[in-house]
Structures are given as C-alpha cells and as structure tokens.
Design a protein around this ligand. Sequence first.
Ligand code: ADP
Length: 266
Amino acid sequence: KIKPRPKAEPQKLLPEVKNIVAVASGKGGVGKSTVTSNLAVALAKAGYSVGLLDADIFGPSVPKMFKTEEDRPLLDKIDGRDRIIPVEKYGVKMLSIGYFVNPKDATIWRGAMATNAIKQLITEGNWGALDYLLIDLPPGTSDIHLTMVQTLAISGAIIVTTPQDVALADAIKGVSMFKSKNINVPILGLVENMAWFTPAELPDNKYYIFGKDGGKNLAEELEVPLLGQIPIVQSIREGGDHGEPAALNQDSVTGNAFADMATRVV
Ligand code: ADP
C-alpha cells in the first residue's frame, strides 16, 4: 500500500500528482514496459486519473504499446510557461522521448542529455492533477534513476522480474538501490512476469519455462509484497505489439491479473 508522499523534500515538483510510482527492472526484456502499460490501463479502468512517463530513454516502448507512434504532443504556452501536452489514450496521459525522435534512429546521447530530456518531460509536461504517475524506468541502475529519485518525491517503486536466476540477481540490485540510505524509496512490491506457460490445447498444464516461483520466493526473502505472477500469454505480447494492452479486456484472465495488481498498488 502506498504511503503519502513526503511533503517537503525533495523539491516539490508536480504538486498536483498524488502518487508517483517508479517501475524498474534489473534486466532488460523482462516485461517492465508491458507491466507498466497494463498497470496504467488497469488503474485508469478502476477510475483513477493516470499518467505514464516513459523514462526508458534509449528504448522507449510506450508509444508502440499504446499505438500512438504517430502522435506528437502539442506544445503550448500556458500561463506564460512552455508546456508539453501529453498524448492521451485509454484514459492514460503519456509522454515519451519516443514522441520526439524518429523511431528508426538510435538515441545517442550522453548521460546529461538524457537526464535533461527526462527532466523536461517532467517539468514542462502539462500533467495536471493525477492520482498516479507511473514512471517506466530504463533497465538497470543508471543516471536516470538517480535523477528521478532526486528530482521527484517518489512514493514507491515496483520491481519487475522473470523467475530465472540471472534476472533475479539483477532484481535484487534494483531493490537494494531503492532501499539504499541516500535513495530510500519504499518498495511497493515485486512482479513476477513470464511465470509459466499454458498451451491452449493443454489448459491444465503449467510449464515453468524460466523456473518456478523465482519472483515469489525472492519477494518473501526480501520481505516485499508480491504484486502478481503473470504467465507468458500470447495475447499479452500481441497486445503490446498492436498497441492494445491486455488490461483493456478485463473479461480475460490476463486482463483480470492486471486489474488485481492495480488493487494491490492503490
Ligand atoms: P522490458 O520493458 O523489460 O524491456 P517489454 O515489456 O518490452 O520488456 O517486453 C519484452 C517483450 O516481451 C515484448 O515483446 C512483450 O510484448 C513481451 N512480453 C512481456 N511480458 C509478457 C508476457 N507476460 N507474456 C507474453 N509476452 C510478454
């Protein structure tokens, strides 16, 4: 459960945002952006006002996962200030560096340029009043992570991992970064993604391709909540590629799994 954000420091950017939640993973490719996108949609469907900042600056996936690659945020002057109006879809307000660069070009930026770009999306983004702003962080522990925790009063962090040892080892690093004394961001919980696979023709079988309960056991070991175990499901991958997050369909098992996850976060 999210505790109220610290009132005074760090400097209070985005005062109208009630909860800022960072989503991180140690390793790349574990489904961090998939989980973030689906959680954002599930929260919006539950009636919350939701923003999603894609801070995965070198591999921004949010525009594609919401099928908004062709969209360009409007630039406007509001009360004498330059503002970037977020793109909105499925009830989620989004900003991503992906909206400003050609998707075919590699983003070759030094650390400072990347962090400045992200800062600009935060400070100039016209986010307005939000219940939740989710931040899709780059994988690993980088400059961007430090900038985020230093510039924003982050309410909590969610760590996404797959169940195999190499991913878990990196998830542990992620958790310890947020728990470290100078960062000190509460861990809201761990999500075990790609937890098993069930073929359509064998609906009672679960194949633990990446190992069984790796994320669940790690959550117990680290004494952090387990926010969900999400299986490998073709429709989740298709939803990501086609810009229709699985969480939109709450009659499906997968849609439901993300709806459940949302109830554990609020
Ligand atoms: P990350 O943000 O950690 O790099 P992504 O969210 O981009 O990872 O996911 C990597 C790929 O795996 C994407 O193609 C995505 O659709 C797919 N994927 C993620 N989670 C699942 C899942 N539970 N079932 C099926 N495919 C998944």
